[in-house]
Design a protein around this ligand. Structure first.
Ligand SMILES: O=P(O)(O)OC[C@H]1O[C@](O)(CO)[C@@H](O)[C@@H]1O
Ligand SMILES: [Fe+2]
Length: 187
């Protein structure tokens, strides 16, 4: 075959999640960007919640997209800071996470309402099979940093999550994180 791309190399800071050189524009998500994903309205709309640093390649199933995510510590209402979460637009596409720093949860859900909550920590590898929506949550006091790699044409379906939510919420409790049923799941 005639290769479509040339090889490239970039240096990943394993604590900060940054790439040197950067390979694509950093995507910034504030509390305002997550309006409708948290149960409560954002109290400080301009506050940074997370950044995604991508290594873009063509969005084809022959390629592997990857990125790092840095999710700040914090809460909106009782809910810990989290990513929007998504199904892949091409539902059967899978993904791998590698935890780099901090303390988090990976919340997963199927379209028929099953859910799982897995830990994200330095050195942990999480496998996200096709058909599972996924959201990461920072339950610690430091930034949660993880690397993700996924099939190139997976795409992101945020609208289903914005409409239905996840079956469970991860909230700050008196003795640490508490996973509770989401009262607004699929109203
Ligand atoms: O895309 P979301 O739900 O905002 O979450 C960000 C993270 O999810 C991914 O889209 C991969 O699942 C990454 O690009 C990033 O790690
Ligand atoms: Fe994904």
């Amino acid at each position: 075959m005639d290769p479509k791309l040339d090889p490239f190399t970039t240096l990943l800071d394993l604590k900060l999640g940054t790439f040197d050189p950067e390979r694509g524009p950093v995507q910034v998500r504030t509390q305002e960007d997550l309006r409708g994903f948290f149960q409560a309205d954002p109290p400080r709309p301009d506050e940074l919640v997370y950044r995604v640093m991508p290594v873009p390649v063509p969005t084809e199933n022959s390629e592997i997209q990857c990125s790092t995510t840095v999710l700040e510590p914090g809460t909106v209402g009782d809910e810990y800071y989290m990513t929007k979460g998504h199904f892949h637009a091409v539902r059967d596409r899978s993904e791998i996470y590698i935890g780099l720093a901090g303390e988090g949860c990976l919340v997963l859900a199927t379209e028929d309402g099953r859910h799982r909550v897995e830990p994200i920590r330095e050195g942990m590898v999480n496998y996200v099979p096709g058909g599972w929506a996924h959201r990461s949550v920072n339950v610690g006091d430091e930034p949660l940093v993880f690397f993700a790699a996924y099939v190139g044409d997976a795409g992101h379906d945020y609208a289903t999550i914005e409409r239905d939510g996840f079956p469970v919420l991860v909230c700050r409790g008196d003795d640490g994180p508490v996973v509770t049923d989401n009262p607004h799941y699929r109203p």
